[in-house]
Ligand binder design. Structure first.
Ligand code: PLP
Length: 404
C-alpha cells in the first residue's frame, strides 16, 4: 500500500460527523444545513438541453485535450471576462472540475526527489491542496489568513529558506472560506517570489463569478497580464462550471496559463485517463458560451446575501464578503480570544437543528495558532427563505449562547 495515504487528514465533514454523532438535533425544527458548500440553485435549461442533444458520439474515445470548439469556448470566455487573448491550442486544457485538476497539478509539478520538496497553501484552505501535496511526496507549509486585513493571507510569514524549497504554491481567490479577493499588489508580491525561487502558482478561482462588489474579482491571469507577464510563466489558473453554472454534478472546468506547464500536464492527464466525455464537452461549450444564466445566478446570491448578512451581523462578527457563497463569522467569546467554534456549532445543531461548519476543522495549527478557531463557515447555497430561516435561528441561539 502507498504509505503516503496514511498521511492524509480526515476530511472536515468526516470530523464533523464524528463530533455530532451523539447529538440529537431538535426534532421540533426542520433540519437546515449550511454545512456543505454545494451549489443548490437550478441547473440552467440550456445545459440540460445540450446534454440531451450531445448524446450522439458516445462511440468514440474523446481527446484528453478536448474538442477544438470546447477549447475555443474557454478562450472566448477568458476574452470576454478578463480581456485576455489566449491560444486555444497551447494555453488551455479541459478538466473534470477544479478539484481533480488541483490534485493532478501537484502530481505533475512536484519533484519529490529534490530535498525538502514543499508546497505552500493558505490557511484555512480547501483540503484537496494538502492531500495533493502529501500524495505527491511533498511537505505542506501553511500561511495563515489575517482577519485584521480582510482575511488576506500572511505570505510574509513564510521565510526565505522555505520559499527556496517551495515547488508549488496554491492560492484561492475568491477564498474559501473567507470570500477574500486578492488585490494586484498581492499578486505582484507572489510573482516576485515565484521568479526568485522558481515555484509554480496554482490559482484556484472556482468562485470567481459569484461576487458582491461592482468590480468582478481580479483573476490570476488578468493580474499577470496587467503586470506585463503575458507568457503567464509559472502560473496556472483553475476555473470551474460547478459554481458558475450550478452543475457540480457535471464535473467540468478548465485550466489556463503557462503553455510549457500545460504541455506536461496534458502528458500526465493522458496517462491518468482524465478526458471529459463528449456529452460533458457539449454541455460545457453551451455553458461557457452563455453569460445570461451566470448574471441571473449572481443576482440570486446577491439578494440572498443582502437579506441574510444583516440578520447575522447583528449577533456575530461577520460582514458581506468580496465574493463566494460563504459567510465566515466569528462566534462570541468572553475574553477577547477566539471563541469556541466547535461548541457553538454542536449546541446550535442540538437546539436549533442548523448545521454549520466549525472553522477550526478547515485549518491547521501554524505559526502557533489555528486561524479557523473561533469562526464558523456558513454556506448560503439553499434558497433565500431557507437561509433566512437559518439566520434567524442562529441569531436566536447566539443571543443565549454562553461563551466559556
Ligand atoms: C476552493 C475550492 N476549490 C475547488 C473546489 C472544487 O470544485 P469543482 O471540482 O466542483 O470545480 C471547491 C469545491 O467546493 C472549492 O471550495
Amino acid at each position: 500500500m502507498n504509505p503516503l495515504l496514511g498521511k492524509l487528514h480526515p476530511y472536515p465533514f468526516e470530523r464533523l460527523r464524528a463530533l455530532t454523532a451523539g447529538i440529537t438535533p431538535n426534532p421540533a425544527l426542520k433540519a437546515i444545513s449550511l454545512g456543505i458548500g454545494e451549489p443548490r440553485h437550478a441547473t440552467p435549461a440550456l445545459v440540460e438541453e445540450a446534454i440531451v442533444a450531445g448524446l450522439k458520439g458516445l462511440s468514440v474515445y474523446p481527446p484528453t485535450a478536448g474538442e477544438p470548439r470546447l477549447r475555443e469556448a474557454f478562450t472566448g470566455w477568458l476574452q470576454r471576462r478578463y480581456g485576455l487573448a489566449l491560444d486555444p491550442v497551447t494555453q488551455v486544457l479541459p478538466v473534470g472540475g477544479s478539484r481533480e485538476a488541483l490534485f493532478a497539478i501537484a502530481q505533475t509539478i512536484v519533484d519529490p526527489t529534490r530535498p525538502g520538496a514543499t508546497v505552500v497553501c493558505p490557511n484555512p484552505f480547501y483540503q484537496i491542496y494538502e492531500g495533493a501535496a502529501l500524495l505527491a511526496g511533498a511537505s505542506v507549509v501553511y500561511a495563515n489568513s489575517d482577519p485584521a486585513r480582510n482575511f488576506a493571507v500572511r505570505w510574509d510569514s513564510i521565510d526565505d529558506a522555505t520559499w527556496a524549497r517551495t515547488q508549488l504554491l496554491y492560492v484561492c481567490s475568491p477564498g474559501n472560506p473567507t470570500g477574500a479577493v486578492m488585490p494586484l499588489s498581492e499578486w505582484e508580491a507572489l510573482f516576485a517570489l515565484s521568479d526568485k525561487h522558481g515555484f509554480v502558482i496554482a490559482s484556484d478561482e472556482c468562485y470567481s463569478e459569484i461576487y458582491f462588489r461592482d468590480e468582478p474579482p481580479l483573476g490570476g491571469l488578468e493580474a499577470a497580464a496587467k503586470l506585463g507577464r503575458t507568457d503567464f510563466r509559472n502560473l496556472i489558473a483553475f476555473t470551474s462550471l460547478s459554481k458558475r453554472s450550478n452543475v457540480p454534478g457535471l464535473r467540468s472546468g478548465f485550466v489556463a496559463g503557462d503553455a510549457a506547464i500545460l504541455k506536461q500536464f496534458l502528458l500526465y492527464r493522458t496517462y491518468h485517463g482524465s478526458a471529459l466525455g463528449p456529452v460533458v464537452q457539449a454541455a460545457s461549450v453551451a455553458a461557457w458560451n452563455d453569460e445570461a444564466h451566470v448574471v441571473a445566478n449572481r443576482a440570486l446570491y446577491r439578494t440572498k446575501f443582502a437579506q441574510v448578512t444583516p440578520v447575522l451581523a447583528a449577533v456575530l462578527d461577520v460582514a458581506l464578503p468580496d465574493a463566494g457563497f460563504y459567510l465566515w463569522a466569528g462566534v462570541p467569546s468572553s475574553d477577547g480570544k477566539p471563541g469556541d467554534d466547535i461548541r457553538f456549532a454542536l449546541e446550535l445543531l442540538a437546539q436549533y437543528n442548523v448545521a454549520v461548519l466549525p472553522g477550526s476543522l478547515l485549518a491547521r495549527t501554524a505559526q502557533g495558532h489555528n486561524p479557523g478557531t473561533g469562526r464558523i463557515r456558513m454556506a448560503l447555497v439553499a434558497g433565500t427563505d431557507e437561509c433566512l430561516e437559518a439566520a434567524h435561528r442562529i441569531a436566536a441561539f447566539t443571543r443565549t449562547f454562553q461563551p466559556a
